[in-house]
Unconditional design. Structure first.
Length: 276
């Protein structure tokens, strides 16, 4: 495939979908007040796990949660943009502080699940009692990811992105899209050859604008779904065009060298045999 040197890494909430998936489920199921009461008392990830247990205790089922997730808002240009990026040969991954259950239900409903080779997020699973449980990506009660940047205690996206980078072959180019504070650390890990697509006027954009010199990647912002599609596909096609030009140049140089080599061989002075 043409774009197999490109890896696109997406945040999920407010990047692929228009809202925060945690807030969407809590609000749609009518548990906003309890959520707001608990939030000052424990980390967000822990609040969500407790909320899922309370939702189950109040008679809500996994299907109720899934039905709400299937109604989540998304800009109409996001789906075709992701499908086109995949069709162009790019590898697509997700790096999100949401949870696996929410993301998989949403992607399945949108027909996008098969587009992604990897989803890095907090574990989410249904236990034997039919309750949705949400665990932290990093168990911060027992260890810390140790990042000095403004990452949540359960996940440092910079550490995860470095693992992704280490797993890729030489010459791979990363395009990273995100909106939140947690996306700042991963933005700092990108190389000069990479591209960063922060969502304009969102927290990650504001942090980046405080000192753009800290970012090595090329920065191209986006504001909405139309920008998302336009900017992402422009970057991909720019990379592909450049790779094609380099390939044609190398191919031309190789053919030229072959021609010169054949000409040189044809013009060699024949070796005379000496009669004894």
């Amino acid at each position: 495939m043409a774009g197999n040197n490109i890896v696109v890494v997406f945040d999920f909430d407010k990047t692929i979908i228009d809202v925060d998936s945690d807030n969407w489920v809590i609000d749609e199921l009518g548990f906003t007040d309890l959520f707001n009461e608990l939030l000052p008392t424990m980390p967000w990830n822990s609040v969500m796990d407790k909320m899922m247990m309370e939702i189950h205790a109040q008679g809500k089922t996994i299907e109720d949660i899934s039905a709400v997730l299937r109604k989540i808002p998304i800009h109409p240009r996001i789906i075709p943009a992701i499908k086109e990026a995949r069709a162009l040969g790019c590898e697509l991954r997700i790096l999100s502080d949401a949870n696996m259950f929410f993301i998989e239900v949403i992607l399945e409903n949108l027909g996008l699940k098969d587009c992604f080779s990897e989803i890095n997020t907090n574990p989410g699973f249904v236990d034997e009692e039919g309750r949705l449980r949400i665990s932290p990506y990093v168990d911060f009660n027992h260890c810390s990811h140790g990042c000095p940047n403004p990452c949540p205690p359960n996940m440092c996206k910079g550490v995860i992105l470095q693992r992704i980078q280490a797993s890729l072959g030489a010459g791979k180019i990363i395009i990273y899209l995100g909106d939140g504070i947690g996306d700042y650390c991963s933005s700092l890990k990108l190389d000069e050859k990479d591209y960063l697509m922060p969502r304009k006027d969102f927290p990650v954009w504001n942090l980046i604008c405080e000192n753009t010199m800290l970012i090595k990647a090329k920065i191209q912002e986006w504001a909405d779904g139309e920008d998302f599609e336009r900017v992402l596909l422009q970057i991909i096609n720019k990379i592909l065009s450049r790779e094609k030009e380099v390939a044609e140049l190398l191919s031309g140089d190789y053919n030229k060298l072959q021609t010169l080599s054949m000409a040189a061989q044809e013009n060699l002075i024949p070796v005379l045999s000496v009669t004894q």
